[in-house]
Design a protein around this ligand. Structure first.
Ligand code: BGC
Length: 760
């Protein structure tokens, strides 16, 4: 008792100098972190060191209990905090406190073109993770959208390295401001899913540095990411989870990354490479499920017993081990050991608000033509005139937060599109029911690793019957809202495989065509993370790109359709009219060529730096306009108002050394309602000595304007915006010469330009 009282008093008055002396350096918060790491490292046994560099369960690795370091819990992922799984199984643990807010997929975030939304996303996700005691979030993913067949494009930030960089930095900062580490993935060149464990990517140094690495680099150098996840695939014949060039040379040496390299789950294949080539923390390696007589299957990891044995036999000193442990300890101090962490909360109103806001800002209005009869664009729906709204399509009633692979969630709620739209009484007209027709049957499975949700999608009617129902109801409707697109099942927007074709799946196209014959007032709402062919596009007056929008999906879609929200999203990728407009496919590089032993498939990125709009621009220049007009260009998106972007002017026509110049451009809302426009600045070198893209995005700014309001948008650029990667010298460089700053509202709509000269 006496002891308790004196301890309490010591607590009240602060620690006595005697007591303070007894606090070991590694626990002493007044000491610099590196000193605390040294101290901890000195106290750890070999077994403890080996233990902290590999997993102990599907998603956790041990701390050092003897010294008071708690276990480290990681979790997917980019779009919300994944529900807990069993210790060594992918099945749900069956917890009742692990439902979450599902945030929109990262393609939607990228489509906001608003870094503030990325910050909000990171912060909100961080708070959810804190509540769930997860210290590392396995995301965000920043692999470049190289082919529209890519099964995981929905989890990434689009085709452009600059856009992805600007969006990933605040996401990482927001998340980490909560004391939760971002684990940026999948480093690197994991641009498609098919054969992801066997693909050996061949890519030029220029394309590597100009296209595929910048977002990772920004996440590390500007965002200060505390962890990065190696990718499954190979580069230069070495798996990326222990790839000497990518990890030791580029990430750690050149970029100065001081965080932890975590293997993708099952991405580690070799002890020697893992030891030497920069992997710090091994996760997800296949274990024998404790069935083969080991006391702990995790001892079978490449960085576990085999590594310890090699050290004991003198094949390695502890040099590499200490370096790995040092990084892991640094991560502990940044996360689990941080005392001033904010409180976490789950499923809060603020998180739902954030999810809704991001969803609304990311939705892209792709088409909104005037309907002849109405003499007005179809959207926003005029609810005074359109009393009978018919919703058609499986995606109106399908939960999209479940499925798709590791980003699958157990959302506390997901407002389905039909429910979002149905909240308006207007749709209750068909025999007093909501005007809905299924239209087609796609994927009726609604579960992932034991999370089962949603209304039943069981359907016994034939396609002919479903089409007939849709047509019959459409005939009597004022307007048809078709909610289609892809879904998260295998071979669509889903991890593990790519799409087999670029077309929309199931009978969607056929049903759209049938409806158009009886009712031309059709809005197609495409739910996906990828583009697709839209063969009926000329006949459909309005098209909306709605992504996977998370918990508030239905609400967000409805708010745009009825005009409560004025859409302002812009495409983060080129929406090709056909696959052959995409460089990777035009050059027949996908999915690659199997080697004779059928163990490795070489995928040669022959299009080099010409990815997305860079390829389209090149084709336009070489072959003329007609052949290479995408359905919708990169950076494109309409609004319910109109904007005028004026002529840009530069503060200085010349630039030298480290000088910066500012480029100003007036933007006016010329329409009758308030809205946001994203002004984009592309740089073009007029006579480059090396081949360069016709233009490249180097700045953008989203402005909100009242009707009639004008604002001057200001961009600041320096020579880095004019640079390319010199693969001979192995560094970025800018050639003296003449450049053009092109300013517009998409990669295909340039409103004006100004010239700049770069001096030595
Ligand atoms: C995915 C990662 C994910 C990990 C853990 C892997 O299959 O590629 O993105 O974080 O599983 O679920």
């Amino acid at each position: 008792m006496k002891h308790l009282i004196s301890t309490a008093i010591a607590g009240l008055v602060g620690l006595s100098p005697l007591y303070a002396q007894k606090v070991p350096a590694y626990l002493d918060e007044s000491k610099p972190v590196e000193q605390r790491i040294d101290d901890a490292l000195n106290r750890m046994t070999l077994d403890e060191k080996i233990a902290v560099i590999h997993a102990q369960s599907k998603f956790s690795s041990p701390g050092v209990k003897r010294l008071g370091f708690p276990d480290l819990w990681t979790d997917d992922g980019p779009h919300g905090v994944r529900p807990d799984v069993l210790w060594d199984e992918w099945e749900q643990a069956g917890q009742t406190n692990d439902s979450c807010v599902a945030f929109p997929a990262l393609t939607c975030l990228a489509a906001t073109w608003n870094p503030e939304m990325a910050r909000l996303y990171g912060e909100s996700l961080g708070e959810e993770a804190l509540y769930r005691n997860k210290s590392v979030m396995l995301g965000p993913g920043v692999n470049i959208y190289r082919t529209p067949l890519g099964g995981r494009n929905f989890e990434y930030l689009g085709e452009d390295p600059w856009l992805a960089s600007r969006m990933v930095v605040p996401y990482v900062q927001g998340l980490q401001s909560k004391g939760v580490a971002a684990c940026v993935k999948h480093y690197a060149l994991n641009n498609d899913e098919e054969y992801r464990h066997q693909v050996n990517v061949k890519v030029s140094d220029r394309a590597l540095h100009e296209i595929y690495l910048p977002a990772f680099r920004a996440a590390v150098q500007e965002g200060g990411a505390w962890a990065i996840m190696g990718a499954y695939n190979l580069y230069q014949n070495q798996h990326n989870c222990h790839n000497s060039i990518l990890l030791n040379k580029i990430l750690k040496q050149d970029w100065g990354f001081d965080g932890v390299v975590i293997s993708d789950w099952g991405g580690c294949h070799d002890t020697d490479e893992a030891v030497r080539n920069g992997l710090d923390l091994e996760f997800g390696t296949w274990t024998d499920g404790l069935t083969m007589g080991r006391t702990n299957a995790y001892d079978g990891y490449f960085l576990a017993a085999a590594y310890k044995q090699a050290i004991s036999e003198g094949r390695y000193t502890t040099k590499e081990l200490d370096e790995k442990v040092r990084r892991v300890l640094r991560l502990f101090y940044r996360t689990t050991m941080r005392k001033d962490k904010p409180y976490g909360f789950l499923c809060s109103e603020s998180h739902y608000d954030a999810a809704l806001k991001i969803a609304q800002e990311g939705i892209v209005l792709l088409k909104n033509d005037v309907v002849k009869k109405d003499k007005a664009p179809l959207l926003p729906l005029d609810l005074q005139k359109m009393k009978r709204i018919l919703v058609v399509g499986e995606n109106a009633i399908k939960m999209m937060t479940v499925g798709g692979g590791s980003s699958s969630l157990k959302a506390q709620h997901e407002i389905l599109p039909l429910d979002g739209i149905g909240n308006s009484q207007m749709v209750k007209w068909w025999n007093g029911q909501i005007g809905f027709a299924r239209g087609y049957v796609g994927d009726t499975i609604q579960s992932y690793n034991g999370v089962t949700v949603g209304r039943s999608l069981y359907e016994t009617r034939s396609q002919a019957e479903l089409t007939a129902e849709a047509v019959e109801k459409a005939r009597q409707a004022d307007v048809v809202v078709f909610i289609g697109g892809l879904n998260k099942s295998d071979f669509q927007d889903c991890e593990g495989h790519d799409r087999k074709t670029y077309d929309l799946p199931y009978a969607q196209n056929q049903v759209v065509e049938a409806i158009l014959k009886v009712n031309p007032r059709l809005v197609f709402v495409n739910v996906s993370g990828n583009g697709a062919t839209l063969p009926w596009l000329d006949k459909v007056p309005a098209v909306v790109q709605a992504w996977y929008l998370g918990s508030e999906a239905g609400k967000a879609i409805a708010s745009v359709l009825v005009g409560d929200v004025n859409p302002s999203g812009k495409l983060p990728f080129t929406w090709y009219a056909s696959l052959d407009q995409c460089g990777a496919h035009a050059l027949n590089t996908y999915p690659g060529t199997w080697r004779p032993d059928h163990k490795v498939i070489d995928e040669d990125y022959k299009e080099g730096i010409f990815v997305g709009y860079r390829w389209i621009d090149k084709m336009k220049k070489e072959q003329g306009n007609a052949k290479c007009k995408p359905l919708f260009p990169f950076g494109y998106g309409l609004s319910y108002t109109t904007f005028k972007v004026g002529k840009p002017s530069a503060s200085n026509a010349q630039l030298s050394g480290e000088e910066r110049i500012s480029i100003k451009v007036p933007v006016t809302n010329t329409g009758s309602r308030s809205g946001s426009e994203t002004v984009q600045l592309y740089i073009s070198e007029l006579k480059p000595k090396v081949e360069r893209p016709v233009k490249e995005l180097k700045a953008f700014s989203k402005v909100f304007l009242q009707p009639g309001e004008m604002q001057e948008v200001e961009f600041t650029i320096d020579r880095s915006a004019l640079s390319y990667y010199d693969d001979q010298a192995g560094c970025w460089t800018a050639e003296p010469g003449t450049f053009e700053a092109l300013v517009g509202t998409s990669s295909a709509n340039i409103a004006g330009s100004c010239r700049l000269t770069l001096k030595e």
